[in-house]
Design a protein around this ligand. Structure first.
Ligand code: ATP
Length: 478
């Protein structure tokens, strides 16, 4: 199956009610998206499957911390000082770019035109760049043109902090500034003691959380891939110092397995070690997916030592230690984190599922079938019920079956148009099963059930439909 174009996925997402532009009737808001009737189901299913994999085990607790946090949290975490991207403006077109992305795109263009040696040189320079002036030098020396105006008139490169600020309470002054959290992880660190003391966990154990995060990204692109408001699924696993490598390996394997179990094939998934490790990190890799626009990170697995808890201990003045109940040993736990994007994985699963297939149609012609081959556990609608025709008692039987099914799972009833069109609509939203009540049903109480992927139909007794579907839409374990 060839990779679809991003445009095809975006068009389907809009047409079938998965994703809409935020405030679309006002022209939209850049980098912010709304999830429509089908999208909200897919996103909820995705988060639910993650939540089950994480919390239906002995050693992980769940948490839902608030989006707004004490401003000191972001000083302790380093976000106030360091959570920024290098930014540069073109003086002629007034376009603003992330300096590193501008350079990366330039390098790619060199590569695409066979200038491998130059590409390699600038890549090395970029790898070593840390300060705004390093990026600026590269842009000037490489004479990188603005992709829009073609000119080379650039401003200095500046750091731009990605945290959204707002005011807390009625007075709008600097003492009332709070931030919209740029990640959910800090809510976990600051609740480490609360969870430890209120649960019966012992180290090693983890805390999992799903929630919104906000980043004022310099540029947003590629649909849901880089947005200003998004959702994360993060888990921080607290371990004894010295055991972090073993847990890092374990979690990397678990998380890779999770994407595979939900249908992402090996060739579209890769593990990429970080080129630059943060000064406190002892290991860090990304799990990447092959999007239509290239490889992109889905999730980071990081071994973060005791950096986070130690910093919060220092800034809050509260001891964030663990006392081993047997040995009485006292230490600040090390953390291994799995940090995934829910909305970014949503895009990955959508791209992965999208397929166009050439199939035989009426009277010897052929047609293109668009089908979302989503894992049944992720599919927004699990089963659709159709009466073959709207007479001879078929609608009554079909309606009754639908009423029964929808008490247990998300089902749809559709009695409009030709049966082929009804199948097509369900294929486009990824419904794994379609049940048709036909003439034979009225005689022997059996129905046809059609499989989305193979389009094959079998006959089943009416009373077995629920069990049949339920067994097949269960989330994969782990
Ligand atoms: P990137 O390098 O793509 O900016 P990051 O390394 O800053 O990502 P993390 O801070 O590790 O990302 O965040 C964890 C996860 O959150 C990412 O793997 C991604 O899935 C998701 N994520 C981060 N930023 C965004 C964003 N702007 N839009 C959508 N998802 C995001």
């Amino acid at each position: 199956m060839a990779a679809p174009s991003l445009e095809a996925v975006v068009a389907l997402a809009k047409r079938r009610g998965f994703v809409f532009q935020s405030s679309e009737i006002y022209g939209g808001l850049n980098g912010v998206w709304d999830f429509g009737p089908m999208g909200v189901e897919l996103l909820r299913n995705l988060k639910e499957v993650w939540w089950q994999a994480m919390t239906q085990r002995e050693d992980i607790e769940g948490l839902d911390a608030a989006i707004l946090m004490h401003p000191r949290v972001w000083e302790a975490s380093g976000h106030v000082e360091q959570f920024s991207d290098p930014m540069v403006d073109n003086k002629v077109s007034k376009m603003r770019y992330r300096a590193d992305t501008l350079i990366e795109d330039f390098i790619e263009r060199l590569r695409n035109t066979g200038r491998e040696q130059e590409a390699h040189y600038w890549e090395e320079r970029l790898r070593q760049a840390t300060e705004p002036r390093d990026y600026y030098r590269i842009i000037v020396e490489a004479q990188i043109p603005d992709p829009v105006s073609g000119t080379r008139e650039w401003t200095e490169v500046r750091h731009f902090n990605l945290m959204f600020k707002t005011f807390f309470g009625p007075v709008e002054d600097t003492s009332s500034i709070v931030y919209l959290r740029p990640e959910t992880a800090q809510g976990i660190y600051v609740n480490f003691l609360n969870v430890l003391q209120s649960s019966r966990q012992k180290i090693p154990f983890g805390i999992a959380q799903i929630g919104k995060a906000f980043r004022n990204e310099v540029t947003t692109k590629n649909f849901l891939f880089r947005t200003r408001e998004f959702e994360q699924m993060e888990m921080q696993y607290f371990v004894k110092p010295g055991t972090e490598q073993q847990w890092f390996d374990y979690w990397l394997q678990e998380r890779y397995r999770w994407y595979r179990a939900l249908g992402i094939p090996e060739e579209r998934l890769r593990i990429k070690p970080h080129e630059k490790l943060a000064h406190y990190a002892s290991a860090a890799v990304d799990i990447e997916f092959l999007f239509p626009f290239g490889w992109g990170e889905l999730e980071g697995i990081h071994s973060r030592t005791d950096f986070d808890l130690r910093r919060h201990q220092e800034y809050s003045g509260k001891r964030l230690e663990y006392v081993d109940p047997v040995t009485r040993e006292r230490y600040i736990p090390y953390v291994v984190e799995t940090s995934a994007g829910a909305t970014r994985s949503f895009l990955a699963f959508l791209c992965n599922a999208y397929d166009e297939e050439d199939i035989p149609a009426d009277r010897g012609t052929r047609e293109t079938r668009t089908v979302l081959r989503l894992h049944p556990a992720l599919a927004p609608v699990k089963v659709a019920v159709f009466p073959l025709v709207n007479r001879e008692g078929m609608p009554e039987v079909a309606r009754k079956l639908y009423e029964e099914l929808r008490r247990h799972l998300r089902a749809e009833y559709d009695d409009s148009g030709a049966i082929g069109r009804r199948y097509r609509r369900q294929d486009e939203i990824g419904t794994p099963f379609c049940v048709t009540v036909d003439g034979q049903t009225l005689q022997d109480e059996t129905v046809t059930i059609r499989d989305r992927d193979t389009m094959e139909q079998i006959r089943l007794p009416l009373c077995r439909v629920l069990e049949y579907v339920r067994e097949r839409v269960r989330p994969p374990l782990g």
